[in-house]
Design a protein around this ligand. Structure first.
Ligand code: MN
Length: 377
């Protein structure tokens, strides 16, 4: 990706979504060697920074947040890492000293007092960062997003959006930024970056995995990362109750479209009874069912207590699920996306079914021009 010729700086209309925020042009900087040029002077000049990851931070959001904070501290900056919610316990090993703070709504400027820039990592969408998003309309300093998700201008809120949709993880981008800043990752930073790349690439195998990410991984191992230990911390952690929950989810498994779409549902009661960690257990289920040979798309519908349903979507390598997630009010990557939808399990399932059917027809029409793929099966 280095040295690619497609550096582009696109300036769209300013964000209209943040009351009180000045509506100058919003910058969107795409992948390329010069992509950091705009923010390095802000980092060099500034003294105080806030770094935030998206709500329910996953390995990449938390890893990127901790790594960027680590690089900035090494440059002598004062950094506050603040999220809208507590990190998941299973990712606690990334932050053994508990440096990530939880934002308290209405608590005044707090961590933002005198800050020179606010970095938001692993999402470009205001709706994904939770309560801390209210600060976007209050602080005078620039908001800088670093993200690898499909960029959605209508949800963007930052002054500068650095976006590389081909990066397998935001952590891959943070590593590049660190290199541009002349920093070698220390062991803690390396662990955070490795965890981001490892989790977002599904263990180095998803479609967006790339050679640069492997080269970075090798460097992170030189910096002290021991892969089997990370694997143990992340994935060899399930409880017997979670294993029982997997059984219930697999019991609900149904197929549609000649086995190409797989469906699982879990009720709020089943989840509560299992004490499962939603993030970790959902991935296990989605990945397992996606491994079924005929399956192109997996949908997991998990009922939440407040009359809402969490819709998680995974695809293999043909059908893009992010348009479905967007239609449902969510977002994500081409092959991994999700949304929170109001309604009963049955009602939401109908909605998702209709949306997938529409998208399937639309994407197959486009694919047929290029030769078919799973559309023809
Ligand atoms: Mn990510």
């Amino acid at each position: 990706m280095d040295g690619s010729k497609d550096d582009q700086t696109r300036v769209t209309g300013g964000s209209g979504k943040v009351p009180g925020r000045r509506k100058e042009a919003m910058k969107v900087i795409r992948s390329g060697r010069r992509m950091w040029d705009g923010i390095i002077p802000i980092i060099r000049r500034g003294e105080r920074f806030v770094v935030t990851g998206h709500e329910h931070a996953d390995g990449d959001a938390l890893g990127s947040q901790i790594a960027l904070s680590g690089y900035l501290r090494r440059l002598g900056k004062r950094v506050r890492a603040v999220n809208s919610d507590e990190p998941q316990p299973r990712l606690g090993f990334l932050d053994p000293r508990g440096t990530v703070e939880v934002y308290r709504p209405g608590s005044g400027d707090g961590a933002f007092a005198g800050c020179d820039a606010w970095f938001v990592v692993d999402t470009c969408a205001l709706s994904r960062i939770g309560a801390i998003g209210e600060m976007a309309g209050r602080i005078p300093c620039p908001v800088i997003v670093i993200d690898h998700h499909v960029f959605t201008p209508e949800e963007a809120f930052a002054d500068i959006n650095i976006v590389d949709e081909r990066a397998v993880a935001t952590a891959q981008m943070i590593y590049r930024l660190g290199r541009e800043l002349g920093c070698r990752p220390d062991r803690a930073t390396a662990l955070a970056l490795y965890t981001g790349i490892y989790t977002d690439s599904g263990g180095f195998v998803y479609t967006k995995m790339n050679a640069e990410a492997h080269r970075i991984t090798a460097d992170l191992m030189d910096a002290g990362v021991v892969p089997y230990k990370v694997f143990d911390r992340l994935f060899q952690t399930h409880t017997a109750a979670e294993a029982a929950l997997f059984g219930q989810a697999l019991n609900s498994l149904r197929f549609s479209q000649n086995g190409r779409v797989a469906w699982m549902t879990l009720t709020a009661r089943q989840y509560a009874a299992s004490g499962a960690d939603p993030e970790g257990s959902e991935n296990v289920l989605l990945n397992y069912v996606r491994s079924v040979r005929t399956v192109e798309v997996v949908v997991l519908l998990r009922q939440l207590p407040a009359g809402r349903v969490k819709v998680s979507l995974r695809a293999k390598n043909f059908f893009k699920v992010s348009p479905v997630a967007r239609e449902l009010g969510g977002g994500g990557h081409w092959f991994a996306a999700g949304a929170l939808v109001e309604g009963s399990l049955a009602r939401v399932q109908e909605k998702v079914k209709a949306s997938i059917a529409r998208e399937w027809r639309r994407q197959c029409r486009a694919a047929r021009k290029g030769g078919g793929g799973p559309c023809e099966r």
